[in-house]
Design a protein around this ligand. Structure first.
Ligand code: MN
Length: 484
């Protein structure tokens, strides 16, 4: 697993992101109070970093008191690639006209931490010195008015800065902000077009680049086949050894040599696709079973291992879901966040559920048992029997998300779901499976999903919260239908 984690962290490697923190104030209360503001700001930043709960470092950038200073600060944020966003705090009253120019220039996510240095009203000692320094109650309102007037839709986290809940909200937002920054580095490689005649996997690739920053390119399958053929037997053998350690190889009814050939061919595809993507700088890809000329098998195990490593993927040429998988994997640190498909239904009262799966390509990071490598026929695609990982999914709370493209723009559709393991084995359906029910119920959840035009390809995440999906849609300026 050490090797696996190594690959994983390599693949998810992003900038060394940090967040810049500033306090708003003004010169009305004298230099001593400004020094106090600076001192308290540093104390808050230190506490946030020491909490161990933040996925990214917060850097204290001091106190802002003038329009010129604020404007320069925001310009610096924009042009520093390591800065993923800004956190502001109004310790005193900071006249918001000073923030107009800078805030309008800011091109990165903004979190307004609406907090107060003390969590109580010090009745016995409170005086005008105290009030000259501690003005968050009205300072937050003045600052918030300006952001509302600018239509910023920035994040507001309200509450005491030492509270675990408040720190967690900042942490959750940091993950969204980094995903937003990384969205502009998502590059999807399409091997083949979208599946013939299918509507929901289509979309406007130019608009996706304008809105989300996604580069979506096509490469002929022949070029990928050439890269796969270059993979050496020695490299395949090394992966075969690793596979035996990580998973259970289940030969089943296959002849041993047929089984081994099928698995080795998938490993060759795995290494070939990875090398192709890495050389050309892609971090997500899609395949189409209708376009496999020159390949022995549809990439099954190969796609599963690449998803495990952190690459975005979706089948049938669905580049939108491939990009979304990569985006949400970054947001979730590749923790149980996977490409999924609504596969079949249980409509009986008391059992209402969707069984999620795919022909082959289900990400093993949601396995609750040790995945088995198996080789079985696939009735479509007209190729040799592909190797795939077979396993059961997990129990717990999750969110399920998709993106559909309409003439007027992209729409994100999501709902929180309850996940559980399938009720029984499926001996004649040898694929990985995950069962879930929308928290609003299957009937309401699915009705609303269908009404909103949400497709069958989704990203299911056990790590992300509905609030984070909401924040992401807001940052991307995308319409969101939340079914909850
Ligand atoms: Mn599909």
């Amino acid at each position: 697993m050490v090797d696996e984690m190594g690959v994983l962290s390599d693949m998810l490697k992003t900038n060394e992101y940090e967040f810049w923190f500033v306090a708003g104030s003004q010169h009305l209360y004298g230099e001593e109070q400004l020094r106090n503001v600076a001192r308290d700001t540093e104390a808050i930043v230190n506490k946030l970093n020491e909490s161990g709960k933040l996925p990214y470092k917060v850097v204290c950038k001091g106190v802002m008191t003038t329009a010129e200073g604020i404007t320069q600060f925001m310009k610096d944020v924009n042009y520093n690639d390591n800065v993923a966003g800004v956190i502001t705090w109004m310790h005193t009253f900071s006249p918001a006209k000073n923030w107009i120019r800078g805030t309008k220039l800011l091109q990165k996510p903004l979190l307004h931490l609406a907090t107060q240095y003390l969590d109580n009203i010090p009745y016995a000692t409170i005086d005008f010195d105290y009030m000259n320094l501690n003005q968050s109650a009205h300072g937050d309102r003045e600052y918030g008015y300006l952001n509302a007037r600018l239509g910023l839709n920035n994040k507001i986290v309200y509450g005491y800065w030492e509270d675990e809940e408040v720190i967690q909200e900042v942490a959750d937002w940091q993950d969204v902000a980094v995903a937003y920054n990384e969205s502009f580095h998502i590059r999807v490689c399409r091997f083949g077009d979208t599946m013939r005649d299918v509507a929901v996997t289509e979309g406007d690739k130019v608009e996706a680049q304008i809105r989300m920053g996604w580069t979506v390119d096509y490469y002929p399958i022949a070029e990928l086949v050439a890269e796969i053929e270059k993979v050496s037997d020695g490299d395949v053998e090394k992966e075969y050894q690793k596979l035996q350690q990580d998973y259970e190889l289940n030969v089943g009814n296959n002849a041993q040599d047929k089984f081994e050939h099928s698995v080795r061919y998938q490993l060759k595809q795995y290494l070939g696709i990875r090398s192709f993507l890495d050389k050309k700088g892609y971090n997500a890809f899609c395949t189409n079973f209708q376009d496999l000329a020159g390949m022995e098998q549809l990439p099954g195990l190969a796609a599963q291992l690449l998803m495990r490593d952190g690459y975005g993927f979706a089948a049938e040429g669905d580049w939108k879901t491939a990009a979304l998988t990569r985006l949400l994997k970054i947001m979730a640190h590749n923790d149980r966040t996977v490409f999924m498909e609504d596969y079949t239904l249980d409509l009986r009262k008391g059992h209402e559920a969707i069984l999620g799966a795919h022909m082959l390509e289900v990400d093993p990071t949601i396995a609750s048992d040790k995945p088995k490598v198996e080789v079985h026929p696939l009735d479509i695609g007209d190729k040799e029997d592909p190797a795939r990982l077979v396993f059961s999914g997990m129990e717990g709370d999750a969110v399920d998300v998709t993106i559909a493209d309409f003439r007027h723009g992209f729409r994100m559709i999501s709902y929180p779901v309850d996940c559980r393991k399938p009720e029984a084995e499926t001996p004649h359906l040898p694929v990985a499976k995950q069962l879930w029910t929308p928290k609003v119920g299957l009937k309401k959840g699915s009705t609303e999903w269908i009404k909103a035009g949400g497709g069958h390809h989704t990203v299911l995440s056990f790590r992300l919260k509905e609030e984070q999906i909401h924040d992401l849609a807001v940052m991307l300026g995308m319409e969101l239908v939340e079914i909850q």
